[in-house]
Design a protein around this ligand. Structure first.
Ligand code: NAD
Length: 344
């Protein structure tokens, strides 16, 4: 089985080559992202393996079909970059539904602590032998209220971590998880209530039409003054312009972003020698109370190993049985409603 692997990084090759060798799958690594201009590189392959910023739109799907490339193996959980509706009946799309939710949840807490205890500032100061504490006053997390939007795998691990810090949790989910609300330290509430009462808001829901800009000007308007916004999920959950305005007006006390709406041409690459064209991102990064990491929350040894193992298993299972439990269906968005796994 020959797979064209797009947006390949050195750390991908290490984990994928180990798995591929054991299972008779061959990966050809391309550093470029998959899009309309690069799709022809997949000619002669059985499938493509793609990540969060590769583009699988109608034009790419049509060209893949013309070349008889019928498999799209996502090596991530989110699939907002695939036109699932258009892919229906044309391609088999697999994903990695879960890989170390701890990686993302722990990174979210790392960002929060870094921000509110000003570790990013202190690190630079002490490197310069500046041992002044002026301007480094933080606040305790203990006793604060955190609003968690999306209580799936990652959201629930983040909630556990927050409870360890003695925080109160207000949760919002379109499909609440049974047994999570204990009527005391963790409560499901409507989104408006979460927005009004949270000191910190963390996003852990997928990007869909419904959740696009779930944090926008109107949402920020409802928030407490000084609210801390955490986004380690998908960039377009937050309206970046509205966030910037909220920071300028002091409504937003801090923001920690591992994802950004327009990240696809910037993140994962060294742009240090270039002039950043995106004024909103440049302005956000320039703020003392904004921390940006470049979609790194997943990047742990454990998560990379899980991703490679599940992706290769998806391919091998499909090769051997023409079915894969992690095949996506555009109707349900996950495989859960497709009991027979036949979304094709
Ligand atoms: P999950 O599917 O286990 O959980 C998502 C939760 O969101 C579910 O409980 C679902 O019911 C809920 N949800 C769906 N639609 C909603 C809506 N309209 N409003 C509120 N809640 C809604 O997914 P997960 O594994 O916890 O991952 C969450 C997200 O994290 C992914 O969608 C992905 O975008 C992001 N992610 C980011 C990274 C990273 O490196 N930064 C890595 C992995 C995943």
């Amino acid at each position: 089985m020959k797979i064209a692997f797009f947006d390949a990084k050195p750390y991908d090759k290490l984990s994928f080559d180990e798995q591929a060798a054991q299972h008779g799958v061959t990966f050809k690594y391309f550093e470029t992202k998959l899009n309309e201009d690069t799709v022809d590189l997949a000619h002669g392959f059985d499938g493509v393996c793609v990540f969060v910023n590769d583009t699988v739109n109608a034009a790419v799907i049509d060209r893949l079909c013309e070349m008889n490339v019928r498999i799209v193996a996502l090596r991530c959980a989110g699939f907002n970059n695939v036109d699932m509706k258009y892919a229906f009946g044309k391609l088999h799309v697999f994903r990695v539904p879960a890989y170390s939710p701890y990686a993302v949840a722990e990174h979210t807490m790392a960002l929060l602590l870094t921000s509110i205890r000003r570790i990013h500032k202190a690190y630079i100061r002490t490197k310069d032998f500046n041992f002044s504490l002026s301007g480094l006053t933080g606040f305790d997390l203990h006793g604060k209220t955190v609003g968690v939007i999306g209580t799936g795998r990652i959201g629930r691990v983040f909630i556990d971590i927050c409870r360890g810090f003695g925080m109160r949790v207000l949760a919002y989910d379109k499909f609440p998880a049974a047994g999570l609300d204990n009527g005391d330290t963790v409560k499901y509430v409507p989104l408006d209530t979460l927005l009004c009462h949270s000191d910190i808001i963390s996003l852990h829901c997928p990007l869909t039409e419904e959740t696009h800009h779930i944090i926008d000007e109107a949402a920020l308007e409802q928030c407490k003054r000084g609210v801390v916004i955490l986004n380690t999920s998908r960039g377009a959950l937050v309206d970046a312009e509205a966030l910037l305005a909220g920071i300028k007006s002091r409504k937003v006390g801090a923001a920690c972003l591992d994802v950004y709406e327009e990240e696809s041409d910037l993140f994962f690459e060294d742009n240090s020698g270039h002039i950043l064209e995106d004024d909103t991102l440049a302005r956000l990064i320039s703020m003392p109370n904004v921390i940006v990491t470049s979609h790194q929350a997943f990047l742990t040894e454990e998560a990379l190993a899980n991703i490679a193992e599940t992706t290769v298993n998806n391919l091998v299972q499909f090769r051997e049985t023409q079915q894969c439990p992690n095949e996506l269906c555009y109707r349900c968005g996950t495989t859960e409603d497709c009991k027979d796994g036949k979304c094709f």
